[in-house]
Write a protein that binds this ligand. Structure first.
Ligand code: CS2
Ligand code: MN
Length: 362
């Protein structure tokens, strides 16, 4: 298991690599070329410069989150092959830079969706939250504006202004796309990228849809165990794998996290482990990582990862905003550092209780 921390790059993040380096037990960084536009091929020097910067700080570049898939590929438009070629070029550059993990998602138009970026909890911390009632009442454009206004001046991943500039056009693109068509477009994309992934041993790790159901009438397909297993079977190559994001799968209380981890054994290449607190089935908030602060049993989740032989990259996910920190919502230093330490503690206890680790010192 390799504990990592998400970092958006020097120009975009409030946190420095030096700070990340001081979180005990965090050895790697998950990053991206945050200003790249979905659909373009990444330049080799930009990737090498990023890698160099991370390594200079004493950390490993453990994976990319995300190489975003553009809507032409997701919607399967006539020119999709050109964009798939660009994606293959990007993967080639990453492979040549010795980077072997790529997280991506296949959600139409939007990435994750939250209705509040700073819901106040009883202890005074603020968290991101989702309420279906609010989604049903809101106009998409208004939601985008409110996300922009409340993000402390940072660009939120998946809600980049250029991506949202023409939401109407994007919605139009998906008019004829139902779940099955979207699924077939994903399979088409995966089959096209598998050869380069095999050549460079790049593990593709699809991030689940968040929340794990359809929003704004758009199709969503990475939402449940059965749908994911279908995809893993149809492109049955170890390089076609998943990012197991507990907060995203777990947003749908019908998903059994422990059972899903076991079912996806061997294909989970990246884990995002965080906790949610439910006020009702369709109103939840992003609690602290600690089990008792939310509704997930974090010990059971970590144990399922361990028992299923998980040996991949892991990171804490969205954190609360605490101790007055101002950062991109969900991506501050303090609460995610607490999350990383807590997950490392659970893991150490699980490893030792299985008698697997030799004592380092008495
Ligand atoms: C989110 C996403 O839950 C998460 O990790 O922050 O933005 C995620 O990075 C993307 O969906 C992966 O492509
Ligand atoms: Mn996640």
């Amino acid at each position: 298991m390799e504990m990592t921390f998400r970092w958006f790059g020097r120009q975009f993040d409030s946190i420095t690599l030096q700070q990340i380096r001081q979180i005990a037990g965090v050895t790697g960084v998950i990053t991206t070329l945050y200003d790249s536009v979905p659909g373009e091929a990444w330049a080799k020097d930009a990737v090498l410069a990023l890698k160099h910067e991370v390594e200079e700080a004493g950390l490993k570049l453990s994976g990319i989150e995300s190489v975003n898939v553009c809507d032409a590929i997701k919607a399967g438009t006539a020119d999709r092959d050109q964009y798939i070629d660009h994606y293959i070029k990007t993967l080639t550059v990453l492979g040549q830079a010795d980077i072997h993990l790529v997280c991506y998602n296949f959600m139409p138009v939007f990435d994750w969706t939250r209705t509040e970026l700073a819901r106040v909890r009883p202890d005074g911390s603020t968290v991101m939250a989702y309420s279906q009632k609010d989604i049903d009442a809101v106009d998409v454009g208004r939601l985008f504006d409110s996300i922009q206004e409340n993000s402390n001046g940072y660009v939120m991943p998946g809600w980049e202004p250029e991506r949202m500039a023409d939401t109407r056009k994007l919605f139009e693109m998906y008019r004829e796309i139902d779940e099955e068509k979207l699924y077939q477009n994903l399979i088409y994309f995966l089959k096209a990228v598998m050869p380069v992934c095999n050549q460079y041993d790049i593990k593709m790790a699809i991030h689940p849809d968040d929340p794990a159901w359809s929003v704004f009438g758009l199709p969503r397909i990475i939402t449940s165990k059965d749908k994911i297993l279908r995809m893993l079977k149809e492109v049955n190559d170890v390089h076609n794998g998943v990012t197991f994001c507990t907060g995203s799968y777990g947003s749908n209380l019908d998903n059994d996290l422990v059972d899903s981890i076991h079912a996806m054994k061997g294909r989970i290449h990246f884990a995002h482990v965080r906790n949610l607190k439910f006020n009702s089935r369709d109103d939840f908030e992003e609690a602290a990582h600690y089990s008792l602060d939310g509704d997930f049993d974090m010990y059971a989740i970590m144990k399922a990862l361990y028992d299923s032989g998980f040996d991949g990259v892991i990171r804490p996910d969205h954190g609360r905003s605490i101790w007055g920190e101002v950062s991109m919502p969900g991506y501050g230093l303090y609460d995610r550092a607490l999350g990383a330490s807590y997950l490392n503690g659970l893991w150490e206890a699980i490893v030792k209780s299985n008698g697997k680790e030799r004592r380092k010192r008495n």
